[in-house]
Ligand binder design. Sequence first.
Ligand code: VG1
Ligand code: CO
Length: 545
Amino acid sequence: MDISVITTRPFPDQKPGTSGLRKRVQQFREAHYLENYIQSIFDACPELLRGELLLGGDGRFHNREAIQIILRMAAANGAQKISVGLGGLLSTPAASHLIRSRGATGALILSASHNPGGPEGDFGIKLNTANGGPATPAVTDAIHARSTQLSHYRIVNGSEHVDIDHLHTRTLAEMQVEVLDPVGPYADAMAALFDFERIGELLRSDFFAMRFDAMHAVTGPYAEEILVKRLGAPPETILRAEPLADFGGRHPDPNLSHTRELREALFGRDAPDFGAASDGDGDRNMILGRHFFVTPSDSLAVMAANAHRIPAFADGLKGVARSMPTSQAVDAVARALGIPCYETPTGWKFFGNLLDDGRIRLCGEESFGTSSDHVREKDGLWAVLFWLDLLAARRQSVEEIVRDHWRQYGRHYYTRHDYEAVDSERAERVMARIRDQLSALPGQSLAGMQVAAADDFAYRDPVDASLTEHQGLRVLFEGGARIVFRLSGTGTEGATLRLYIEQHETRPDHLDADPQVLLRPLIDAAAQLGDIPGLTGRERPDVIT
Ligand code: VG1
Ligand code: CO
């Protein structure tokens, strides 16, 4: 085998964030940058190479080049086998499913998820390990530590290009390479979880229409296979189906600002009954009804309350979990069901132990992520199919189902305000200012409510007892209202300050307010607590969800 051992110098910034390492494409294309990070992964996790490792991405700019480099590096590092998604495409949930169903050692998923793509956009690398889930903090810390010491990387010489556009197997040096179709096995897995017969009937009926926005990202081929081919939905159901390297020039972020066509359809005249979208790598979901937006936190709660109607959950839920900033709507359902509800830090990796240990079967985040124990990732199309199955079972509209839910459990008014690309030092100052006030807050009155407690969120994993600290600053009020402050761990420019606001309302004639109006006193109190305008120079957030 013709291998080069290349001398390199460590980069100081190869520290994975909430979900993988994300940087500008230009940075990933700098000499040795990608190679260093990949070598650090192989050095810190040699077990990945002793079996089948999956490789693919969301199709964004630099995906295909990176795959060729990673193949040559894996071969030079003595990997047994790499399986590449056809066309270099592999959604995050499909990767998680394939790891588990094929007994693979893990997956390298080339994606910066919902971050913009194209030559001026972002690139990223997520590592999932043998349970199918994102690498835990212990693993990402070891990779980062290795990256700061790295002096060499190994790569097979030559410019030979491995064909990734046809299903076949071959060898590269002594390593096996298989190009596989991830779509079929993923669709089969979905068919085993849901009642495809009743969903198909609904989608083919003249009285129901849906739109799914694939955002020119990875889910297009999966949605076509499942919704159109297997379930019989008309082809116009799917918008922006074709994966493109620049996502058509827009953010593959499924919220109302980035899904214009879908929004116009669902909030326009003769709107379809159901709308949904997924993100770059297919792990997020947005759910819409006719003229109706379902918050991700409510979606999780509705799923928990209705799980018994879905074949996969015929045996019940056992337990549920949500990330800390996610609203407490699902907690109310768990209480009613008499099952535990765990509260974890932001990021899917913290659900892994709870799922592996059988403590929970359903979990979610406020950031448009929900999933179950069928994989160890959030799963966009799974959530869409859950809602379709529920609509078919209840024969009610999305809005009726959610309003019904509010009447039963009360409504958890919720909003997230993001201040993007803030100067990092200024953002730290906002956090420090709030942290300094935490101990004095309990007992005080803010926005007309009593503060019951205030803390810097820390999580003790109940399965392996590991401790994760500094996961967001919380101000908790009597009656359940909350203000949470966090700095994002996925951005690539400065800091993103996230403000999460929540208030519970049970009075039947107070369930129809505009969240931005109802939550205004808390929003203002939060801005004041952190002196956000003064310290960041920003009068208002960049994104409101
Ligand atoms: C964001 C979300 C978090 C999610 C993460 C990865 O992280 O808030 O809930 O798990 O993105 O999702 P942060 O640190 O920016 O708040 V994805 O679809 O971008 O992999
Ligand atoms: Co994603």
